[in-house]
Every structure is written in structure tokens, then in C-alpha cells.
Design a binder for this molecule. Structure first.
Ligand code: G1P
Length: 294
């Protein structure tokens, strides 16, 4: 099977949990240390072998597309002043990587945002990275290794892959939660293994359940590898939780027709879409970079 080189990054959310910071700056461009949050997510995708990145946004998000483009005027100015190194550091995107943007139209949910990328992705299989979630890029290469592992697994068995991590009881209502096969009911113990990715079949997902309804403690982290068939299911998915077209509903439909696996995450993730955890993540990223500079 052809190795995945396409990725979709939905950036259409209004970021209401990040107000007032996100009132005039897209939440994806808020800093984590010395880079905008989405910079790390794009770096992670590229390190995992992605070459074509499709951002799905709307009119107020064009600053994100500009961030990944060359600003010729700024580049000229810097070079005229002899600041070539600084100019080079701004053009960090490799030549063989493209970043394009498509608009979602109506804000009908995450599933609808992914479907909006279909005209560009076509019949290519692809990854999805949710930019609210930033995987720790400092400790090791583990951040990108997760996606690279999922891409390899997909290439070998053709099963779509969903990255999951164990969450505390009080957090299950914030996430899509995996339902495991009977035989794998003790599989969440595998998620405790932080030194390796473990991949196994999943029987379904429940989007943002309350604790009593949660089928496990394995939460969808925000990294997916999909067969392009997911588009057909998304096109037929009706609005559900929160009145939105949910990606998890289309995944459930995909499971019944094709196998879908969950992959346990290595390393730590940070939620940059929620004020409290964003502030914690900011301090962590800034601290790591200050140490690196010393
Ligand atoms: C989305 C997904 C959810 C996933 C979460 C990860 O929810 O619908 O399944 O667990 O991202 O951050 P959102 O946070 O966009 O409401």
C-alpha cells in the first residue's frame, strides 16, 4: 500500500475557550514558548513523512496560511540588512512540502471540516492532526514517532489508526472514548507502556460520554490515519453530539465495514485549546527553550 503523504489539519474552530486571546488572533497561532502552537504540529507531521498539508479554515484564519508562506517583502528587508540567518530561519518549511488552505463554509463540526478537504485529498489515504493537541517535542522524537508508527501500520494492514491515551475519570467527558473488544477489555493496561506504541482493534467510540457511559479510559488524542473511504461515511453522517457532524460517528461506520485500530500514545500531549492547560503548556515549552539556550 502507498505510504501516506497527505494530512488534514482542521483550523476552523473559533477558540471560545481561549478568549480573549483568540478574539483577533487564531488560537492556532498563540505561542507555545517561542513558536505558534501549530508550528509544532506541522513539524510533527513533516517528521512523520507528510508532504502535503491541507488546513481547513475560514476567512478569519488566513493568518495561519500566511505563517507557512514566504513573506517576500520581509525576506528582502531582512536580507538587505544582512540578517540572512534570521531570514533563512523563517523559511524552514522543506521545499518538497506544500501547505494549502481550503474553507469549511458552514461551521458544522469536526467531521464536516475533514470532509471539506476532500476536493484536495481526493482518493489519497491521509492523516488528520488536531492542532489543539501538541505532542511534547522536547524529550525525544516520540511526538512524530507516534504518527510514523500509525502510517507504517496502515501501510502494512490497511486498517485506519486512531491514537489514544489513558485519561483520568474526570476527563472522559472531554474526549472521544474507545470501546474495546471483549477479548481486549484489559487492553487499557497496554496504554501504560510508555516506551512502545501498541496497536489493537477497536469496536467503536463514544463521543464525550459522561463517566457512567464511558466504555474505557482510552481517549482519542487527535491523531488519525484514515483510508480515503472515511469521506464516503462523512458525507452520510448526520449531526449528533452538540448538533455537529462528528468524526467519531463516521469512524464507527468505517469500523463496521473495514477494520479500525487504536494505537496507544508514547510521550506526553498538551491541550493548547483550553486556557488552563494552554498556560501550563506555555510554561513548559518556554522553560524547555530557555534551558536549551543556556
Ligand atoms: C475532538 C474529537 C474528540 C477528541 C478530541 C481530542 O473534540 O471530537 O473525539 O477526543 O478532539 O482533543 P474537540 O476537542 O474538538 O471538541
Amino acid at each position: 500500500m502507498k505510504k501516506i503523504t497527505h494530512a488534514v489539519i482542521p483550523v476552523a474552530g473559533f477558540g471560545t475557550r481561549m478568549l480573549p486571546l483568540s478574539k483577533s488572533v487564531p488560537k492556532e497561532l498563540l505561542p507555545l514558548g517561542n513558536r505558534p502552537a501549530i508550528h509544532y504540529v506541522v513539524e510533527e507531521a513533516i517528521a512523520a513523512g507528510i508532504k502535503h498539508i491541507v488546513l481547513v479554515g475560514h476567512a478569519q484564519k488566513s493568518a495561519i496560511e500566511n505563517y507557512f508562506d514566504i513573506n517576500a517583502e520581509l525576506d528582502n528587508q531582512l536580507r538587505q540588512k544582512g540578517k540572512n540567518e534570521l531570514a533563512d530561519s523563517l523559511n524552514w518549511l522543506p521545499d518538497d512540502v506544500t501547505v494549502s488552505m481550503i474553507r469549511q463554509g458552514k461551521p458544522l463540526g469536526l467531521g464536516h471540516a475533514v470532509l471539506a478537504a476532500r476536493p484536495i485529498i481526493g482518493t489519497n489515504d491521509f492523516a488528520v492532526l488536531l492542532p489543539d493537541v501538541v505532542l511534547d517535542p522536547f524529550t525525544t522524537d516520540m511526538a512524530a514517532d507516534n504518527l510514523a508508527f500509525m502510517i507504517d501500520r496502515f501501510a502494512s494492514d490497511g486498517h485506519s489508526q486512531i491514537l489514544v491515551d489513558k485519561v483520568a475519570d474526570e476527563d472522559v467527558h472531554k474526549y472521544g472514548i474507545a470501546q474495546l473488544n471483549e477479548a481486549l477489555s484489559d487492553a487499557s493496561d497496554l496504554a501504560d507502556k510508555t516506551d512502545m506504541n501498541v496497536s489493537f482493534k477497536v469496536s467503536g467510540f463514544v463521543e464525550k460520554p459522561n463517566l457512567a457511559q464511558a466504555p474505557s479510559r482510552l481517549a482519542v488524542v487527535g491523531r488519525y490515519v484514515f483510508s480515503h473511504h472515511i469521506f464516503d461515511y462523512l458525507a452520510n453522517t448526520k449531526a449528533s453530539v452538540g448538533g455537529e457532524i462528528q468524526l467519531t460517528d463516521a469512524i464507527d461506520a468505517l469500523i463496521s465495514q473495514y477494520g479500525v485500530n487504536v494505537t496507544t500514545m508514547r510521550g506526553n500531549s498538551y491541550d493548547a485549546g483550553d486556557m488552563r492547560s494552554y498556560l501550563q503548556a506555555f510554561m513548559y515549552f518556554a522553560q524547555q527553550q530557555l534551558v536549551d539556550e543556556e
